[in-house]
Design a protein around this ligand. Structure first.
Ligand code: HIF
Length: 281
């Protein structure tokens, strides 16, 4: 497997990122969201979930409402899979995220190949493991602690909401977090601290926060990063120091896409988890 040219795959992914027919002219943000949702089902207690196995190929997982809209990302990557059939979907989806982050001006995120797809739908983690944007700090902690992250890593990861936008028909929330949502910067943290945010109801009837011109938004979960004092310390650091944010984001996102990926001696990931772990579900 080490003979495969992953650099060539990355180069092809980079080419599909500018796209005048999609959103803000870039497929990058939704590719990042796919990499994260493929990985963010991990549960450290049972060792279940995570990117290995690309279980979002199965209807049970793709139809989790938290994954609405990710069919776009999966479709964008299909021509790449056709061109390089040897790459696993689980490697492709995670690589798509890291290529997109760098292509949009973000840091290089360490990525390793070796994830395998040969799992059947019995290995699909239960729905409901991804976060609910209408909640607050306790909820975010319970979701991310389950994956093995700490408060600093949670805030560092959250900087990815500098990218992309919410779509009413996908999540029930609407709008971008920052003025240029296809450029990876620390603007999200600066806006969280320094803009005026007013709670309002969006056109679908859900509560979110609006900037004074109504152009930008924050989710209730985003706002909890400034109302919770322990999270806020890190928001302040990342707003003030872009390089620190890039370094910590890179480490945390790399950890995210490795969750549950245990490589054997050949570098290939071992089966998702033992039947013993499964019985504990
Ligand atoms: Fe998101 N996220 N995310 N997210 N997310 C959305 C969109 C993106 C949460 C909710 C939402 C992370 C954490 C959380 C991206 C990347 C990351 C949307 C809008 C919602 C509701 C979906 C839509 O309507 O299309 C919650 C509650 C999270 C826990 C705090 C990560 C840290 C920020 C882990 C992360 O990397 C990206 C990128 C998008 C934009 C997708 C797009 O299509 O533009």
């Amino acid at each position: 497997m080490t003979d495969h040219d992953y650099g060539a795959v990355a180069a092809e992914i980079k080419k599909i990122i500018p796209n005048d027919d999609y959103d803000d002219g870039s497929t990058g943000p939704v590719l990042v969201r796919l990499a994260w949702h493929a990985s963010g089902t991990y549960d450290k207690e049972t060792g279940t979930g995570g990117s290995n196995g690309a279980t979002m190929r199965y209807k049970i997982e793709s139809s989790d409402s938290a994954n609405n809209g990710l069919e776009y990302a999966r479709k964008f990557l299909e021509p790449i899979k056709a061109k390089f059939p040897w790459i696993s979907y689980s490697d492709l989806w995670t690589l798509g995220g890291v290529v997109a982050i760098e292509a949009m001006g973000g840091p290089k995120v360490p990525w390793k190949p070796g994830r395998v797809d040969d799992v059947d739908d019995q290995y699909v983690p239960p729905n409901g493991r991804l976060p609910d944007a209408s909640q607050g700090a306790d909820h975010i902690r319970s979701i991310f602690y389950r994956m093995g992250f700490n408060d600093q890593e949670i805030v560092a990861l959250s900087g990815a909401h500098n990218l992309g936008r919410c779509h009413g028909d996908r999540s029930g929330f609407e709008g971008p977090w920052v003025p240029n949502p296809i450029r990876f910067t620390n603007t999200y943290f600066k806006l969280l601290l320094h803009a005026e945010w007013v709670k309002g109801k969006n056109s679908v009837g859900n509560e979110q926060f609006y900037s004074d011109d109504g152009e930008l938004m924050m989710l209730p979960t985003d706002m909890s990063l400034v109302t919770d004092p322990k999270f806020r310390v890190w928001v302040e650091k990342y707003a003030a120091d872009r390089d620190l944010f890039f370094k910590d984001f890179s480490a945390a996102f790399s950890k995210l896409i490795e969750l549950g990926v245990t490589r054997g001696p050949e570098g290939l990931a071992l089966r998702k988890y033992s039947t013993v772990a499964r019985a504990r579900l």
